[in-house]
Design a protein around this ligand. Structure first.
Ligand SMILES: C[S@@+](CC[C@H](N)C(=O)[O-])C[C@H]1O[C@@H](n2cnc3c(N)ncnc32)[C@H](O)[C@@H]1O
Length: 350
């Protein structure tokens, strides 16, 4: 099996992709009203710059979301019918006139509903926070303290009716996940996500990038796409979605304004075969442990996996097949991958 991956150093408000050409979008935009992104929004929107300069929080919030709205409209255009958009976003707290919360997640949800999407149950993932410092300034007396935001939202939105697949579609059944993974992944609260990316140097790049942990896009890609699908991330950042798509065996395409991030991706991609083996081994080992625990509890799992030496719980898991990336090749000239004018492109063999 082979997958291809393309990244454009370009503005996602104009996606250079044909209509209905991606199956899934997994992304995390710059969060409006989080100070880290003020300059970016001010560069992209004179209204946002003016509102920030005037200290008008409501107008700044509206102007920043107007920028994101243009990307969401493009995303809606390139997503296939039945395709899914997973948007990871946190709300912001900020004091301009007064302290308040800026509800990014509900503002984005409204846009997608206006674009005709059906909102599906989403996920809250909890960022690891372990220090009492997070309550600093809140004091011990009522009533003027604030609750700390410790979670982010993953909005799950579908374009139109659910996808249909031909009966007995092998690709779909090979893309299955384990029963016990289903039970964790399809829960609406994720508390087992580690917050930091382990593979980015801690030289400030992690903070500047506001990268999400690998497990977030990796799970979502496994949950909402099949082998052969193409995954889009219009706010590519350090390329975590592409890395997850490479490991999950899906094609990907990304857009990123900051070219420095494209250069930095080479090192992450170089480690792909090792990362892929670790991720796949961890999933297979966890399943073997699950099988052993059930056996100890006196339960025999009813089906044999066709590609492995272990049983599985349900009929739907029988063809499960976790691919391992063997080689990753940087594709040099634009156009080497058919139809691609990308600034960065890779081909991965499994
Ligand atoms: C929250 S970060 C994404 C982090 C990414 N999920 C990761 O794991 O590294 C948002 C990214 O979107 C980029 N960006 C913002 N507006 C953009 C636009 N209009 N087109 C393309 N990229 C944009 C920013 O430069 C930033 O790198």
């Amino acid at each position: 099996m082979e997958t291809t991956h393309r990244v454009h150093a370009a503005d996602a408000r104009d996606l250079t992709l044909p209509d209905e050409s991606v199956a899934l979008a997994v992304t995390s935009p710059p969060y409006p009203m989080v100070e880290l992104w003020d300059d970016l929004f001010a560069d992209l929107s004179a209204d946002a710059a003016d509102a920030l300069a005037a200290g008008d929080g409501e107008a700044a919030f509206a102007a920043m979301h107007a920028v994101l709205d243009e990307v969401w409209a493009e995303l809606a255009r390139v997503l296939r019918p039945g395709g899914i958009a997973c948007i990871n976003v946190g709300d912001a707290t900020r004091t301009l006139e007064r302290f308040r919360v800026y509800p990014n997640h509900s503002r984005i949800l409204d846009t997608f509903v206006e674009l005709g999407f059906d909102p599906l149950p989403g996920v809250l993932w909890r960022k690891p926070a372990n220090s009492a410092a997070k309550f600093m300034g809140s004091g011990m007396v009522p009533s003027n303290a604030y609750v700390t935001l410790e979670h982010e939202h993953i909005l799950v939105l579908r374009k139109g009716a659910r996808r249909s697949f031909p009966a007995g579609d092998d690709r779909r059944y090979e893309s299955a996940y384990f029963w016990e993974e289903r039970n964790r992944w399809f829960s609406d609260v994720w508390t087992d996500i580690r917050g930091r990316l382990q593979d980015l140097p801690d030289d400030g790049r992690r903070d500047r990038a506001a990268a999400f942990p690998f497990a977030v896009p990796y799970r979502l890609i496994n949950m909402f796409s099949v082998y052969g699908d193409r995954v889009l991330d219009p706010f590519w950042g350090t390329g975590t979605t592409t890395l997850a798509a490479m490991v999950a065996g899906r094609d990907s395409v990304g857009y990123e304004l900051d070219e420095a991030f494209l250069d930095a991706f080479e090192a992450r991609a170089g480690d792909l075969p090792g990362l892929s083996r670790r991720v796949v081994d961890r999933r297979l080992d966890a399943h073997r442990e699950f099988v052993a625990d059930r056996r100890d509890a006196g339960e025999t799992l009813g089906y044999e996996a066709e590609h492995y030496d272990f049983p599985v719980r349900t009929k739907q898991e029988r063809q499960i097949r976790l691919r391992t990336a063997e080689t990753v090749e940087r594709v040099g000239a634009p156009g080497d991958i058919e139809g691609s004018d990308a600034d960065l492109a890779y081909r991965v063999q499994y």
